[in-house]
Design a binder for this molecule. Structure first.
Ligand code: PGA
Length: 246
């Protein structure tokens, strides 16, 4: 059985004044040692967050594929590590859409991060159109194929986050059987691609995870955790989700 990972995605939220909330989340998470908990915060907060919660996993939300160079406004994996991050999100649908990130680019980012020793949460997920056309599984698997690093199994850990775009920030959640079908398909694909190494890859569900639906989502086979947006901003919402995973 894989340990569950519950990761918060703060997106473009968080100022110095919110470091206290991060401290509360880290403190209260200690009551659930069976769950891995992480918070992915804006790049500019990583160093201060990591300093204020030693031993707690702080992550970034994106990373560049190059180690350094002429890439204005970007951060590399070694920079995130240097600031105290231990993981990063790559390929979030908000970046795939707004920054036009392709599967190939997401793959390069994932590979660079893992090679540098930074854990990766790689996001995939279908639009409502695709879901309604009945093409969700094939579309998500194609995205997975295009975005997966060529190899895994080093020190740094890969996790996949299945996040249906239509469920993000909308309060809409797929049915239990839709989540189960997708996670099982992703699990089989990881098995085919990476064999025994693939079995260590956790598959997270993301999209409107809340205290009220977390327990049901975590009870689904092949759901190994969650990527949580809005409900990760406050300990009062996030910790019950961590508790549900415990
Ligand atoms: P949400 O966001 O929990 O607010 O729906 C999830 C995500 O985008 O990672």
């Amino acid at each position: 059985m894989l340990r569950k990972l519950v990761a918060g995605n703060w997106k473009m939220h968080g100022l110095s004044g919110d470091l206290d909330e991060i401290r509360q989340i880290a403190d209260q998470s200690r009551a659930y040692p069976a769950v891995d908990v992480a918070l992915c915060v804006p790049a500019i907060l990583i160093e201060r967050a990591a300093r204020s919660v030693p031993g707690f996993a702080i992550g970034g939300q994106d990373v560049h594929y190059a180690e350094k160079g002429a890439h204005t406004g970007c951060e590399s994996a070694v920079m995130l590590l240097d600031a105290g991050a231990s993981l990063t999100i790559v390929g979030h649908s908000e970046r795939r859409e707004a920054q036009r990130e392709t599967d190939q680019l997401v793959k390069e980012k994932a590979q660079a991060a893992l090679a540098a020793g930074l854990g990766v949460i790689l996001c995939i997920g279908e639009s409502l159109d695709v879901r309604e056309q009945g093409a969700a599984v094939q579309t998500v698997l194609a995205q997975l194929d295009g975005s997966l690093p060529d190899s895994i199994g080093g020190e740094a850990e890969l996790a996949i986050a299945y996040e249906p775009i239509w469920a993000i920030g909308t309060g809409k959640v797929p049915t239990v059987s839709e989540i189960a079908e997708m996670h099982a398909a992703i699990r089989r694909r990881l098995d085919d691609r990476f064999g025994a190494d693939g079995r260590k890859v956790r598959i997270l569900y993301g999209g409107s995870v809340k205290p009220s639906n977390a327990a049901e989502i975590f009870s689904i086979a092949d759901v190994n955790g969650a990527l949580v947006g809005g409900a990760s901003l406050k300990a009062a919402d996030f910790i019950p989700i961590v508790a549900a995973a415990s």
